[in-house]
Design a binder for this molecule. Structure first.
Ligand code: ATP
Ligand code: MG
Length: 400
């Protein structure tokens, strides 16, 4: 029955100066989330986006839109001419959808008049529409509908705009945040664990376009563990659009560390190699920052001292969106965004291969730099970069 989806985007309105480019990105992202709907049926006018429906199933469209950052709400709406009787009829249809369930509820009509030339004021129109709806409900569904202007269970909204009037009731919440692509590009260090996919998602939510880098130790780690990372990247792509995944061959570095460096420093030495490689890739592909899933104190390599001796190698800012979160909070978020089930699948990670029994928790630079003298650091980095494989990860097609 609905002819349109009316989409609101809150936070954008606050960002005065950048608003036009934010709106353009949002529309572009909505269009790519709904590839089955022709572009011209997805448009925006003054502070709202619209999808003109032609019978497409809402149960496919709503989940897709609920992953487009920047959207605050999505409402199925009826569009009619700016004529009081037509607006009343549409408001009735919207209300009747809920009356059909046979459960009593309270309602209220609220009008916004973006078109100030429309001759009737908002309060007058709200009253006229509410009166008509109440009258019909009393005839057809006696006893089910009452008015409550303070806390209505159903808010019927009427928007009178230049091009016509939109009437809607139910509201689905969007994910909030900012449209992906409005905050620059960052390179996510993506492991197969629980944390880093969540860190990537949090950056996407702030409008960042992601690339992801994964360090693997094939053939010491299996093909399946690489597949797991690809699947995690697919989930991220379903939120923020397609992303490049750089698969870096880390085996030779692992072997060299194992053969030539003291066991208790190895985790940090490995992290330092990863950070150097991430910076090289970022420079090559023009990312503005590195993102990790580190959370303070979670493991030995995530103490402030450990973070420092890795961080100091990075030319670019290293962003750690999970730094202050507890594991339970991260797990909850991972479940919500759809990465948890994948992350807990038991496939080995390159980091878990050579984990020492007693890693240092308070590393200092001196011994690390000393240990690295035993390694051909530059050659190892060059070789790993040269063997890097680049994939483009597209969202799993979850449309109809
Ligand atoms: P995660 O759950 O993200 O694996 P973790 O709690 O297991 O994190 P670590 O293994 O210490 O923590 O890793 C810290 C961060 O380093 C990860 O969040 C990730 O950003 C990065 N990282 C670790 N291993 C890899 C890898 N194999 N490839 C890419 N990045 C990695
Ligand atoms: Mg890990």
């Amino acid at each position: 029955m609905y002819s349109h989806l009316l989409i609101t985007y809150g936070e954008l309105a606050l960002k005065g100066l950048n608003r036009p480019s934010f709106e353009a990105k949002l529309i572009a992202n909505i269009r790519s989330a709904l590839p089955q709907i022709p572009k011209e049926r997805i448009y925006r006018t003054r502070g709202r986006c619209f999808v003109h429906l032609e019978g497409e199933p809402l149960d496919k469209i709503l989940p897709a839109l609920s992953r487009v950052f920047g959207i605050t709400s999505i409402s199925p709406a009826l569009a009619v001419e700016k004529d009081v009787a037509k607006i009343q009829e549409a408001a009735w249809q919207v209300t009747e959808e809920r009356l059909k369930q046979g459960v009593p509820f309270t309602f209220k009509v609220e009008t916004r008049r973006a078109d100030k030339k429309f001759p009737i004021t908002s309060p007058e129109l709200s009253r006229a529409v509410a009166a008509a709806v109440i009258r019909k409900a009393a005839e057809k569904y006696p006893g089910l509908l009452t008015v409550d202007v303070h806390e209505p269970q159903l808010l019927v909204e009427v928007e009178v705009r230049e091009e016509g009037a939109y009437i809607y009731g139910e509201k689905h919440s969007g994910p909030g945040g900012l449209p992906v692509g409005t905050s620059g590009r960052t390179l996510l260090m993506l492991s197969g664990g629980i944390d880093s996919p969540v860190a990537g998602w949090m950056m996407q939510k702030r409008g960042v376009e992601l690339g992801a880098v994964h360090f693997h130790s094939y053939p010491l780690t299996s093909e399946r563990s690489k597949q797991k990372v690809i699947e995690l990247a697919q989930v991220l792509a379903s939120w923020g659009g397609s992303l490049p995944l750089y698969l870096v061959h880390f085996t030779e570095i692992q072997k060299a560390l194992h053969a030539k460096t003291p066991e208790k420093l190895r985790v940090i030495l490995m992290r330092r190699m990863m950070m150097r490689l991430a910076n090289r890739l970022a420079a090559q592909h023009k990312y503005q920052a590195i993102v990790t899933g580190e959370s303070l104190g979670q493991v030995a390599s995530q103490t402030l001292d450990s973070l420092h001796v890795v961080n100091c190698l990075s030319e670019l800012p290293v962003l750690r969106p999970l730094i202050g979160m507890d594991k339970e909070e991260i797990v909850q978020r991972a479940e919500g965004i759809g990465t948890y089930e994948l992350s807990v699948q038991p496939y080995e990670d390159c980091c878990t291969l050579f984990v020492p029994k007693h890693p240092v928790t308070r590393p200092t630079l001196g011994p690390l730099e000393e240990a690295e003298k035993a390694l051909p650091v530059e050659d190892l980095l060059d070789e790993a970069i040269a063997k890097t494989e680049q994939l483009v990860i597209t969202p799993e097609n979850n449309m109809w």
